[in-house]
Design a protein around this ligand. Structure first.
Ligand code: HEC
Ligand code: HEC
Length: 166
């Protein structure tokens, strides 16, 4: 048990607890903390959040392929190598709800802003190889457990570089 300064004064003659310095500090602390949280919330409400901006980007891309969502991605986009045959609308969903959250990153981690077809970022090229690797693992896995699968999240769990060392 830790002895708190002011503890001795916390009992009055009638046995009613009066406020010790310690608990007074605690309350003050709580007020300061709440203030901080409220302030942060106010700040993040003023500027559009990262997720909101990304959402707008994806909605814009969806508009640009309107009516072609079900066509194979390679017919709709300019530089499709691994997702050939996958409907264009689904490719966007894989980007938004698969790749980005699995690695805990935004689109710009693999793409140059506004130049979606460009392969200039190494991360985009690594992602292609990862996709192929996941396909290989899943083929192997089926022979071990018929209904088991892995995906990007299995390893990455929201981080671009999963930690292997233990
Ligand atoms: C982890 C890397 C990664 C992230 C994050 C990512 N992408 Fe991609 N993206 C790729 C890869 C790889 C391809 C190419 C797929 C292929 O070759 O079949 C691609 C292709 C695309 C294409 C097709 C471009 C073309 O014309 O060929 C679009 C559009 C796109 N991504 C949008 C997005 C958006 C929007 C986000 C964010 C929500 C995003 N991507 C996040 C890796 C990523
Ligand atoms: C079997 C585990 C595993 C799976 C599944 C996996 N990855 Fe990876 N990934 C790794 C490891 C390990 C690294 C290397 C991390 C490092 O460099 O320290 C990595 C690195 C990457 C990088 C490079 C990160 C950087 O900044 O250098 C990208 C991009 C990536 N993975 C994308 C993906 C995508 C997209 C998927 C799903 C299609 C995927 N990965 C699935 C294990 C995995």
């Amino acid at each position: 048990m830790i002895i708190m300064p002011g503890r001795k004064n916390s009992m009055s003659m009638k046995g009613v607890k009066t406020m010790s310095t310690h608990s007074r500090n605690r309350i003050l602390y709580a007020i300061l903390c709440c203030g901080g949280i409220a302030m942060t919330a106010a700040l993040t409400n003023d500027t559009p959040s990262f997720a909101q901006e990304e959402d707008a980007v994806v909605r814009e891309l969806e508009k640009s392929i309107a009516g072609k969502e079900q066509e194979p991605a390679e017919k709709v986009f300019k530089n499709i190598k691994i997702m050939r045959g996958i409907p264009a609308g689904r490719v966007l969903r894989i980007m938004e709800r698969g790749f980005a959250p699995a690695l805990g990153v935004g689109c710009e981690y693999c793409h140059v802003e506004g130049k979606w077809a460009s392969d200039s970022l190494d991360t985009k090229q690594v992602a292609r190889k990862m996709w192929t690797m996941v396909g290989t693992i899943n083929k192997d896995l089926k022979t071990i457990r018929a209904d088991a699968t892995v995906n990007c999240t299995t390893c990455h769990r929201g981080a671009p570089k999963p930690e292997a060392k233990r």
